[in-house]
Design a protein around this ligand. Structure first.
Ligand code: PHE
Length: 451
């Protein structure tokens, strides 16, 4: 059998995995969820979730993936010696395929906005800009075109392989993403009235805190770290034997949090500067923000346009590093399990996801009636994965590693055969056995309104 490829460098490991984690979840979802839940107080709870649930959850997937040296399904099988646990891998592969289907639609909207702000068709009077989104979304062709284009962009990175495709793309895209973010943060924070937005993010107001905030923070941590999709497990199979897993998990969680907070510092100062409510919800970046950029920089319209272009480019890059990871999970699976060439496996996944993306896109625009349980297909896929499949994947992984896996193997893998981080093992074991499952069960009960 040919040698399995992997990431070539340590930086590659961190940037590719952080690339999976950093996505629309940070730049789009985090600011609006934080905005709805009281800003700084939410961030404090969120950091707690990253520490007790996020980092141990990442470690569990890393341990299974690196030990398994294969696609997610076989990795669970190899670790346990039992075929039954393959199902957790299958669940992860299915989840990430569904996520790719609807995520590509939103990523495609970002492509359209990038295009429109570049050619200038996104500017006009306030009403025109506010209506731009609904006009665009109800067009039968355009949103489908951009969604499929996004999947094809992902496809062409994937077919180049792990090192030349995923690792190289992450090494280019992640630094650019960071620079764009810092430039926009500086521009947003220098607007008159921006300070109010900054205080909103750094001064905690605990009066709004209730269990909803806690559970929203938990759900956000899951989605943002790509937990429960077997994505981290697949990437960990490309890590080297020397990778220090706890350190890598901490670094990735830190980068993910840093980008989320910077995204808040980019959006809220601008939003406050023009006096818009911070708790707008999901439509914030497509309906409200284009106007915010226009109004905030009325004195310098060209700068406003440049900032809008940079902002949508940033979203596209963030989304792309995440869609690459979603695509890789299924591609690795088909390549290794069906013994297909990588290119052909990638085409299978691209075709399935493109069909799903077109249906999701039409379901929120041109064609009424593509719905499941009274929701548009896009909302249904979003809710099904975020509220049900991701936590289920995380719960099963934690139970597997805490209660069913051979603990000596777990310790060996976590500590690189007893050479690093030995004292962390008992803490990790306690967390995955008790704390993680209980917390995820709480999320479940909350999602189904049983709490
Ligand atoms: N973590 C990504 C984000 O924040 C989303 C994602 C979910 C990526 C699941 C891969 C797998 O946008």
């Amino acid at each position: 059998m040919s040698e399995r490829s992997g990431f070539a460098t340590r930086v590659g490991v961190i940037l590719a995995t952080a690339g999976s984690a950093v996505g629309l979840g940070n730049v789009w979802r985090f600011p609006y969820v934080a905005g709805q839940n009281g800003g700084a107080a939410f961030i404090i709870i969120y950091i707690g979730c990253l520490l007790v649930l996020g980092i141990p959850g990442m470690l569990s997937e890393f341990i299974i993936g690196r030990r398994g040296q294969s696609n997610a399904a076989r990795a669970y099988h190899n670790f346990s010696g039992s075929r039954i646990w393959r199902m957790v891998g299958h669940l992860g592969i299915l989840t990430s395929t569904i996520i790719l289907g609807f995520y590509a639609v939103v990523a495609g909207w970002c492509l359209q906005y990038l295009f429109a702000s570049t050619v200038g068709t996104l500017s006009g009077d306030a009403q025109y800009v506010a209506n731009y989104f609904s006009t665009f979304a109800s067009n039968p062709w355009k949103p489908c075109f951009w969604g499929v284009a996004f999947i094809l962009m992902t496809h062409f990175v994937i077919v180049r392989g792990v090192q030349k495709g995923i690792e190289r793309a992450s090494k280019i895209l992640m630094p650019i993403l960071f620079i764009l973010l810092v430039v926009i943060v500086i521009a947003a924070c220098s607007l008159p009235g921006a300070w109010q937005g900054v205080t909103f993010l750094i001064k905690p107001n605990f009066s709004q805190l209730d269990h909803h905030v806690m559970l929203d923070a938990l759900g956000q941590a899951f989605f943002s770290l790509s937990l429960g999709t077997a994505c981290l497990c697949t990437y960990a199979s490309y890590f080297s034997r020397e990778t220090h897993l706890p350190r890598a998990a901490a670094q990735i969680a830190f980068i993910d949090l840093g980008i989320a907070i910077l995204s808040g510092l980019m959006i809220f100062p601008a939003v406050f500067a023009v006096g818009v409510e911070p708790s707008q919800g999901p439509s914030l970046i497509f309906v409200t923000l284009p106007n915010v950029f226009q109004q905030a920089f009325t004195a310098m319209p060209l700068l406003g346009r440049v900032i809008a272009i940079l902002f949508y480019a940033l979203l596209v890059f963030a989304a792309l590093t995440s869609t690459i990871s979603m695509h890789e999970i299924g591609t690795a699976f088909f390549t290794e399990e069906l013994h297909l060439p990588r290119k052909r496996s990638a085409w299978i996944l691209t075709t399935v996801c493109s069909v799903l993306a077109v249906l999701c896109s039409l379901s929120v625009g041109a064609v009424e009636g593509i719905s499941v349980l009274g929701q548009s297909l896009l909302d249904f896929c979003d809710n099904l994965t975020a509220k049900f499949m991701l936590p289920l994947g995380g719960l099963l992984t934690s139970i597997f590693i805490g209660w069913f896996a051979n603990q000596r193997d777990v310790r060996d893998e976590l500590t690189n055969h007893g050479t690093v981080a030995q004292r962390l093992f008992p803490i990790y074991q306690l967390t995955v056995r008790f704390i993680v499952p209980v917390l995820i069960l709480l999320v479940f009960l909350h999602q189904f309104e049983l709490l």
